[in-house]
Design a protein around this ligand. Sequence first.
Ligand code: 26M
Length: 816
Amino acid sequence: LAAVPVEGPPLTVDGFVEAFLQELHFGQGVQLDRSTVNDQYLALARTVMHYMMAEWLETGRRRRAEPTKMIGYLSAEYLLGRQLGNALLATELTEVAEEGLATLGIDLATLRSQEIEPGLGNGGLGRLAACFIDSLAVMDVPCIAYGIRYEYGIFRQTFFNNRQLEVPDNWLRLGSPWEFPHPERAVQVDFGGHTERTSDENGREHVQWVPSWNVQGIPYHYMVPGYDNKAVNTLRLWSAQATDAFNLQIFNSGDHAEAVRSQTFAENISKVLYPEDSTPQGRELRLQQQYFFVACSLHDYIEHTLPADFDLRKLPDQIIWQLNDTHPVIAIPELMRILVDVKGFEWAEAWDITKRCFAYTCHTLLPEALEVWPVDVIGRLLPRHLEIIFRINEDFLIEVRERFPGDELRVRRMSIIAEHPERAVRMAYLASVAATKINGVAALHSELLRDKVLPDFSEMWPDKFTNVTNGVTPRRFLRLANPKLSELITEVLGDERWVTDLDRLSGLEAYADDASFREKFRQVKAANKTRLFELLKRRDGIDVAPDNMLDVMVKRLHEYKRQSLKLLHIVHLYESVVSGRRDISDIVPRTFVFGAKAAPGYHMAKETIFLINSVAEKINSDSRMQGRLAVVFPANYNVTLAERLIPAADLSEQISLAGKEASGTGNMKFALNGALTIGTDDGANVEIRKLVGDDHFFLFGMSEPEVAELGARGYVPSSFYEQNEDLRRAVDLLGSGEFTGSNRDAASTVVNDLLWNDRFMALADFQSYVEAQARVDAAYADTEAWTRSAILNVARTGFFSSDRSMRDYLDRIWLR
Ligand code: 26M
């Protein structure tokens, strides 16, 4: 058949309205006068899809005509955020849609707020994946992003009696207009069973995996549009379903209940996103999820994307699989299995191919966050893969012994198989052995990864290690989230090229000294605050004082991120006023904003949320504060809320213990939106500070080497408590029951941990933090100087565009 050229509806108001009404009538089956907001939203989304679809088809055609090396991005998470705004931007339809809908009496903003964001990720890692695929489309780099279509994304957080409650995130319930399933491209995925060995006439051994059960993966496609370049990439998310054979067999046996049960069993695999973002629990279902999406993805690429007669020896010229953390690492033995068992390659040649097809990104430094899978769990679920991992390890350890003869300690240290506390596969080691490149996500992190986490591997293969500092997409986090600032930037830079070339923000530098520009910049910030406060009122019933400095800490709740240090600072300020040591009029008026979800099983994190809410309740209702000290904690921080919060912020809190936050990406979004950072020398803060300059960044706390040194000397938190009166008073007040209805126990989990454990050294950094906050107060009092610093933060952080990150991946990893 010949390809018929495809064109979207006309890019005019009339053309748009016609297409919209078509969708409403023939897609939703409803007439305008009887349509609900949801009908209208779905019809609008589908209409915008029509425009994108034409470009998506054309992109596919163009790429097939001239095949070049492709990126296969493998990630268990994509934290996409709402789609409509970005799709309108990409299709340049925003004004047309606004006008067109208005002629029908429909308000675009109302339809926008109807969208439930797909929260298919936990936090930083998932949001990074979403930024990266945006940038690849914008740069017209061929990429298929693969992942899981969780039926339930990250839980919705609510508060009850100041405690976190989790509500299932049923994000598909009102329809999902941005996806289209392709059941005819289903892939079968096998599990369980055993392996059998046979020899052929040449005496060559063949292994056959005889699985005991299977499921099928149904691909759902999402379009990932570029910007002003007609390119649209694909995000392919897999949904698990029972296979027909599986169903039929049981159906025919007459056991209907069992047939239904087995169907449920299969569909459980893509049912829900695991809400842990740092301490993996070795749950078998999680491993099923990982293998499920990886097996579907490799099969999809090899059998359906490559030409039918493709010579797999050339695989590394056509694809590089980027492993987003260790979650998809099972892809390594899976490719070996395909090449050796299915395609008949010799082991050595298969290994040579496999080694050139994978690259690995590590996103952590915490030892407890490194995934290990017990050998018996893998053996039960994926017996053939376990054999392959053992063989990879055997060959690898021979290599280690050759390089370092007689060093058996090293051999044990480096083994992919850990022996204690139980036999388990160290997924980061498997990734490191196989990958062509291993990267950390910020300069400091990559150094620590090389020297502290994987020192033996970097000694063996120094050239494997590299850094790619994270970035964020300027489309979503500047152009869309901050339209007023975007307009101002475009006004002074003369055009919108900065949206795809963020280094152009440096052109703002000159305007930092222009008083009238500073005034406009302040007006933007003020308008963004107003917009945020209206949302908080509507969304959470929260009233926020309009003129306070807005001090924001939003990120997952984790001890290493030290929300408790932020809390100690707040309690310290409060205590100094109520004790009469400081007059409330001497306090620079501030509203502290928290946003944080705790993993449901993370006790300390949940207790910290309870304490923050308790402190907020008390302080906000204490008339002595006169509104000059307020704490707000809107529930369910997510991408949608971030897009409102970040543009309104004055101060960005990035206060992890040095050496623990791999990069951070919120830190970049705040700086780009003109918030100043108070932060430790950690993750990408280091690079932000270098770029914006010390005068425009509030640094505090120990450096990573100082942290290491204090740890080695023996850290005793209570000695800091004893030697610092402000700290002592704050900790005592927090522990006194003052904030928890006279219930001391309710605060004791957090307070006792700070005093007697404090793994992340909050007490050691307290003094320095409070001093830095005093510098913040002083700086904020000088409005003109503060605005100047804020402008320079914007002007000097163009480096943190994820477009730049993608260029670095291309140069350092993908096209090498
Ligand atoms: C693992 C097993 C089971 C369930 C969940 C997980 C898991 C999920 C997410 C473990 C870790 C996960 O994410 C870690 C993460 O988000 N790391 C962050 O990555 C960001 C992007 O590189 C960095 O900016 C952050 O510093 C880093 O904490």
